[in-house]
Ligand binder design. Structure first.
Ligand code: NAD
Length: 253
C-alpha cells in the first residue's frame, strides 16, 4: 500500500476533514496518530486502528507535549497534517479577544509549533511531508470571521516560508484551501449565520455560503483527503510552498 511504513499525525483527526484524512491514510497502510481535544476521537482512533493522542492545541505546553508523544510513538513522524480548527463568528467590534487569541493559537501557532518540533526527524530521514489545511478563507475574506481568516491567511505564509527552508532535505510543505466542506464545523456555522442574518438555514447555504461558487454543492471531506494523500505521495515531489484550491470555482471570477 502507498503509505506502508509511514507515520502520519493528523490534528483534529476525530471529526470531519481530519477524520476522513486519517481514514484514508489508514486505508493506505500508514501508522496513523490522531490528535484531538474531543474525547470522542478515541473511538474514531480505535475504529481506524490508529493511536489517539489527546491534546488541546489552545495550550502551547500541550502542543509541545503532543509533539514529544507523537515522536515517541514510532521514533519519527513522516507526514504532519495540520488540520484542527474551529470557527467563531462575530462583527469585529464585538469579536472577543479571548476567541481571537485561541483561534490564532490553535490554527496558526500550533501548526508552527508542531512543524518546528517534527522537522528535525524528517530532515534526519531525508523525507517528509507537511500538509496544512487552510481554507478558501486563506485567500479571500468574508465578514464576521476576523480571527479565522487571519489565521488561515497566516497559515499560507507559514507554508511558503517553511517550504523554502526544508526543500533541500526532501521535505515538501503545501496547503489545501477548500470552500465549504460538509462537516460538523460547517453545520454549526450555518446555524450561527442564520441567527446573525435572521434567515433560514437553507437560505444561508443558497444565498450566503454558495452564492459566489460556480458548483453549487458542499465539498465532501473525502475529496480533501484525496488531495492530502496526493500531496503526501512521491507523485507530488515537485510540488511545494503552494496552496491548492478546492473552491467550487469561487475565485474564478
Ligand atoms: P470539525 O469541527 O468537523 O473538526 C475539527 C476537529 O478539530 C474536531 O474534531 C475538533 O475537536 C478539533 N479541534 C478543535 N479545536 C481543537 C483544539 N484546541 N485542539 C485539538 N483539536 C481541536 O471541522 P472540519 O470542518 O473538519 O475542519 C477541519 C479543518 O478544515 C479546520 O482547520 C477548518 O478550518 C478547515 N476547513 C474547513 C472547511 C469546511 O467547510 N468544513 C473549509 C475550509 C477549511
Amino acid at each position: 500500500m502507498e503509505f506502508d511504513g509511514k507515520v502520519v499525525l493528523v490534528t483534529g483527526g476525530g471529526s470531519g476533514i481530519g477524520k476522513a484524512i486519517a481514514a484514508a491514510f489508514a486505508a493506505q497502510g500508514a501508522a496513523v496518530l490522531i490528535n484531538d481535544v474531543s474525547p470522542s476521537a478515541a473511538a474514531v482512533a480505535t475504529q481506524l486502528g490508529a493511536k489517539f493522542l489527546p491534546a488541546d492545541l489552545s495550550d502551547p505546553a500541550a502542543v509541545r507535549a503532543l509533539a514529544a508523544d507523537a515522536l515517541a510513538a514510532h521514533g519519527r513522524v513522516d507526514i504532519l497534517v495540520n488540520n484542527a480548527g474551529f470557527q467563531t463568528v462575530a462583527p469585529v467590534e464585538e469579536f472577543p479577544e479571548e476567541a481571537w487569541m485561541k483561534m490564532i493559537q490553535v490554527m496558526l501557532t500550533a501548526p508552527f509549533q508542531l512543524t518546528r518540533a517534527l522537522v528535525p526527524a524528517m530532515k534526519q530521514a531525508g523525507w517528509g511531508r507537511i500538509v496544512n489545511i487552510s481554507s478558501l478563507h486563506g485567500l479571500v475574506a468574508s465578514p464576521f470571521k476576523a480571527a479565522y481568516i487571519s489565521a488561515k491567511h497566516g497559515m499560507l505564509g507559514l507554508t511558503k516560508t517553511v517550504a523554502l527552508e526544508v526543500a533541500a532535505a526532501g521535505i515538501t510543505v503545501n496547503a489545501i484551501c477548500p470552500a465549504y466542506v460538509r462537516t460538523p464545523l460547517v453545520e454549526k456555522q450555518i446555524r450561527s449565520q442564520a441567527a446573525i442574518h435572521g434567515i433560514s438555514e437553507d437560505q444561508v447555504v443558497d444565498r450566503i455560503m454558495l452564492e459566489p461558487a460556480a458548483i453549487k454543492r458542499l465539498v465532501e471531506p473525502e475529496e480533501v483527503a484525496d488531495l492530502t494523500l496526493f500531496l503526501a505521495s512521491d507523485k507530488a515531489r515537485s510540488m511545494t510552498g503552494a496552496s491548492y484550491l478546492m473552491d467550487l470555482g469561487w475565485t474564478a471570477r
